[in-house]
Design a protein around this ligand. Sequence first.
Ligand code: NAD
Length: 443
Amino acid sequence: MSRSNGATASTTTAPGSAASHADAPAQPRLYQRVQDQLARAASTHELSPALRKILAQPQCEVRVNFPVRMDDGRVETFTGYRVQHNNALGPYKGGIRYHPDVSIDEVRALAAWMTIKCALVDIPFGGGKGGVQVDPSKLSQAELERLTRRFVYALGPNIGPDYDIPAPDVNTNSRTMAWVVDAYAATLPPGERHAALGVVTGKPVAAGGSPGREKATGQGVADLVVRWAEDNGVEVRGLTFIVQGFGNVGGWAARILQGLGARLVAVEDVTGAVRAAEGIDAEALAAHVRQAGGVRGFAGAAAVTRGEFLRTSADVFIPAALENQITGETAHLLQVRLVAEGANGPTTTEGDAVLQARGIHVLPDVLCNAGGVIVSYFEWLQSRSRATWDVREVDLRLRETIVRAYSLVKAVANQRRLDWRTAAYVVALGRIEQVYQERGIFP
Ligand code: NAD
């Protein structure tokens, strides 16, 4: 069921319907990968056939086509999606991505991963995701603002503080979220506008956000790398790591790990790759990226090719860009002991098999990058109660929550001799199954 505001071109399609076939996925079979991962864990967990069927498809898909006036007076139309995978544990939750490759297949996969992630870390949210097919580097700030406001208007009541709560993702940030709040509030009667703060998380702190949310995903990655190092007898001081993607997740993970004494030795982003065996100053690189838009041209390291970046010898690789980066081919190139997945879906099924065969440990995305949604939950609580938590409290609660999930996944992996990705799914599916067992299915 979609909720139409009656004023927009808003449609809902079931997967496999004529409308969804028309959306040829830019990255075919990403949702198929999620289904394969679910099926693997479901067999191990002996999940009921009913729940397998329920989780095999999203509950709701909204596609909107909407017009935006550009700075030169032209009108362009854009396509956006919101996929709501499952809400057994609570309101749908998941980011909004702006990227030219956004497709219904990709958004479906990202929404399903949110269902698993929230269940795994035991927060009362379901899984959702959204995106707009757009190259934001080609739009001005004013155009991006109008696009965001119009997308929110087109989604209408398909989002809401108790229903579906977006957050930042690739190419969206706290400023984007502030526009979402303002546009959403404008659709409410005046007496209800105070509730609009809860419609998104990842807001600027001054506009109702939470201290610690901006860095939260990178913080969670760093917390788990530290925990993994302790478990494997590796000193964090002097630990070497490489990072792909130096945006919110990669940039923060790198700076936090550097602050703990680890050494960043190579970075790749969409503009190029840089490497320095003696170490790259992550703070100086972040300043360069803010100014230049990417790592290319950074004076504190040598430019290298993508192949050289992937072959860099280090303890840890943090993929923090897009999906499908560690494939059957590229997994052979890596010279690391641990892959800590900051990005969603960075490793293909073939890539997983190669990493496993080579004895490279993987902290799977649904666990490793869960810091963002954990602190989003804290922000949502603060927005609803008009409270402000101290950043130390946020960081502490984040670490407790994500390390608890790590320990559970580790225990299940060891007990049942599973890879950590499958073990993470087993823990998550167990929680969702319990709710369905206790509640039953309407009617
Ligand atoms: P971002 O837009 O802040 O940064 C993305 C980075 O990836 C940029 O440095 C960009 O240059 C790089 N990149 C893009 N295409 C690339 C390519 N082809 N090769 C190499 N680098 C490339 O995005 P983000 O919020 O940091 O998200 C990164 C990943 O983390 C995504 O998979 C996202 O879904 C996931 N994630 C984000 C959050 C969050 O809180 N922002 C939470 C959980 C997971």
